[in-house]
Design a protein around this ligand. Sequence first.
Ligand SMILES: NC(=O)c1ccc[n+]([C@@H]2O[C@H](COP(=O)([O-])OP(=O)(O)OC[C@H]3O[C@@H](n4cnc5c(N)ncnc54)[C@H](OP(=O)(O)O)[C@@H]3O)[C@@H](O)[C@H]2O)c1
Length: 255
Amino acid sequence: MDALGPGTNGPAPGARVAVSTTGTWQEYVCVPCTSVIPVVHGVSTETACQLTVNPFTARLLVRDLALDPGDTLLLTAGASAVSRMVIHLASERGVRCLPVVRHPEQARALTRLGAWPVTVSSAGTLPGAVGDLVEHGQVTAVLDAVGGALGDAALRCLRPGGRFVSYGMLSGRPLSVHPDALVFRQVSMHGFWLPARMERLDDKELSVLTEEVQEAVVRGLPGLEVAERYDLADFGPALDHTIRHGRDGKILLTG
Ligand SMILES: NC(=O)c1ccc[n+]([C@@H]2O[C@H](COP(=O)([O-])OP(=O)(O)OC[C@H]3O[C@@H](n4cnc5c(N)ncnc54)[C@H](OP(=O)(O)O)[C@@H]3O)[C@@H](O)[C@H]2O)c1
């Protein structure tokens, strides 16, 4: 951090901080001190720039689901950074995680995290593939970042009373839900959006959460790997790299 506004309480200039804001593709940004997080020792700068979104999202998704040991969690976009973090945090609680991926090499990497990956080339084959791993219909909860046909297929894998959380729309397609799932199978559906969820935290809860997240990062939370670094001026190739399938880490802009 370079400077503190007059009369503002916050970390001293020179402190390493992470910010939660838009407009960060520039060398300097001015933000309210409430959106600044002091970065603890042991968190690198490359990790700190990823701190305020995905790790907080993963921690809150796992906390809000409050799954029990032995429960089964199905994750679409299973190789994403958020999914890898969730797998790590949920597996620590004894939850069996089934990440859905499109590439066998992603499945191999997720197995090393203790997950039971499901590799599918089309959404229609998902319920059958999940049924081969767990007794059909026994998925406790779904975390869906894709929507469309894959989200629909994941919903069909839920057991009666299961929970479906939508937190992304990578397919750009809508979910289509037959009322049967809600009425007879008693499935519940929720949306998760980090800014709205953070607004419901009081100062104490936010400070505890920030500490928990940084602790998890220092202990080696997966999903923070960097695939490539580009100079800010090369944002075009950086964006091309970001949408490449099978990318195994984040693309960083440096300046
Ligand atoms: N609601 C919130 O508050 C919140 C907060 C943070 C993140 N998110 C969302 O969480 C999602 C994951 O973010 P991230 O940063 O973890 O992503 P990421 O690391 O960039 O990974 C994206 C993953 O999604 C997969 N994918 C992309 N399009 C897909 C599709 N149509 N069908 C199936 N898989 C697809 C990719 O697989 P391939 O390699 O096969 O292409 C890749 O593994 C994003 O949608 C993001 O917007 C939401």
